[in-house]
Design a protein around this ligand. Structure first.
Ligand SMILES: C[S@@+](CC[C@H](N)C(=O)[O-])C[C@H]1O[C@@H](n2cnc3c(N)ncnc32)[C@H](O)[C@@H]1O
Length: 394
């Protein structure tokens, strides 16, 4: 079943069809552009004879390479470029005035993100051709059919994609097929391409362990894979309404909830934040945890521009709670340790919304990066606490 295309998969959330135009030995060629970044204009057709140092020079002067050689050689070239393009470096502080030496972790984090996105832009400079099938139109191209159709739908014309993006599609398919084990469900959740994978289970243990208010109805705002709805349904809530803005998330949640046998308990609605009508005795939301711009599909699950979703949840919560109902906000304090949001900001938004904190459960995350002393943000990550805030009307 996992190898088959998903029936009813929504249209790809890529920009409108766009076309790449290039000169191939005096002949103008076009192909549909499947990249997530802007359409490149300075294109050079290259093959296996291109050396990594020449590719690096081309990338640095803004030239994008359309690969016409062997697929595996293209992958090797991408790895070689990856070794040459510098990644983010920790800020060095020495000497100078005291103020200049003080760490500004928020500014460092911003620079780190900038460097990562520059590197990612440069690595998107190797393009591979795709043909209807969908297939990689190169020697020794892998079978991409199921992965591509699941991520973007069928291909009907000659197309082009950055190799890096194609590898992302193939990687996402692995997650979708294998699933992510969720101890709180004693089952696996199967994320789709572009949906938030519940890899860090600690926040789900909080949802599974908190005492439920006395209610039959819950809302799950921004359901993603449907994992929180599945936990609530398994815990005995009779009627859950789960929302998400993303059509991919709605399709993914439907598949997971049906697979887990709770599809009849959970209603799905593609909408902005709260269901279009009604109130619930429990309203749960796990918004992206860091304020910041979100330029890619994956960023959208991690970064909440200007804390929009967090604030929309808090301001909308009182009118969507039944009398005596509870809102559960699941969020970590990493943003506080990175200087991106303060505890006073969060408490201020809670109070301004007419809410009060009825309780809070905390857990220390155990993910790999929290324990990695070489991570440039180790002090912030190792101090991180994930919390479930129980909010009621003031
Ligand atoms: C951090 S993910 C959490 C997903 C899931 N609830 C979980 O805990 O694994 C946030 C989710 O909110 C969704 N989202 C973002 N903005 C939204 C909005 N304005 N209305 C509804 N959903 C939104 C995203 O598409 C994403 O699926």
């Amino acid at each position: 079943m996992e190898d088959q295309p998903t029936p009813g998969l929504p249209e790809p959330d890529l920009p409108e069809p766009n076309f790449l135009i290039w000169d191939d030995g005096g002949t103008e060629r076009t192909a549909r552009w499947y990249g997530t970044g802007p359409i490149p204009t300075d294109i050079r057709v290259v093959d296996d004879s291109l050396k990594a140092e020449d590719a690096y020079r081309l990338v640095n002067r803004g030239t994008t390479m359309l690969w016409r050689g062997d697929y595996h050689n293209a992958r090797q070239l991408l790895s070689a470029l990856g070794r040459r393009i510098p990644g983010p470096r920790p800020e060095k502080r020495s000497g100078g005035k005291k103020a200049e030496r003080e760490p500004d972790v928020g500014a460092d984090f911003y620079r780190h993100r900038q460097a990562r996105s520059r590197r990612s832009r440069l690595l998107a400079s190797i393009l591979v051709p795709l043909a209807p099938g969908p297939a990689v139109d190169l020697r020794r191209g892998p079978d991409i059919r199921a992965a591509w159709i699941n991520a973007h739908g069928p291909i009907t014309e000659a197309s082009v994609v950055p190799l890096q993006d194609l590898l992302g599609v193939l990687g996402a398919e692995q997650w979708r097929v294998r699933g992510v084990p969720v101890p709180a469900l004693s089952a696996s959740i199967h994320p789709h391409y572009g949906t938030f994978a519940p890899i860090r289970g600690e926040y789900l243990d909080l949802v599974a362990g908190e005492t439920l208010p006395d209610t039959d109805t819950a809302f799950d705002i921004g359901t993603g894979t449907g994992v929180i709805s599945a936990i609530l349904a398994r815990r005995g809530i009779n009627h859950v309404i789960a929302t998400d803005l993303s059509p991919r998330a709605i399709a993914c949640a439907r598949e997971n909830l049906d697979r887990l046998g709770v599809g009849d308990t959970v209603e799905l609605e593609q909408t902005d934040m709260f269901p279009t009508s009604g109130r619930a005795g429990l309203v749960v939301c796990n918004p992206p945890w860091l304020p910041g711009s979100a330029n890619t599909l994956l960023d959208q699950a991690v970064y909440d521009p200007k804390s929009r979703m967090l604030r929309a949840f808090l301001t909308g919560l009182p009118v969507h709670l039944e009398p005596g109902g509870e809102g559960w906000l699941v969020i970590s304090d990493l943003a506080e340790h990175l200087g991106l949001r303060s505890r006073a900001d969060l408490l201020g938004w809670i109070a301004d919304a007419g809410l009060q904190v009825a309780g809070r459960s905390d857990v220390k995350p155990t993910h790999r990066r929290a324990a990695d002393p070489d991570d440039p943000f180790h002090p912030a990550r190792s101090a991180e606490i994930t919390s479930l805030w129980r909010l009621t009307r003031a």
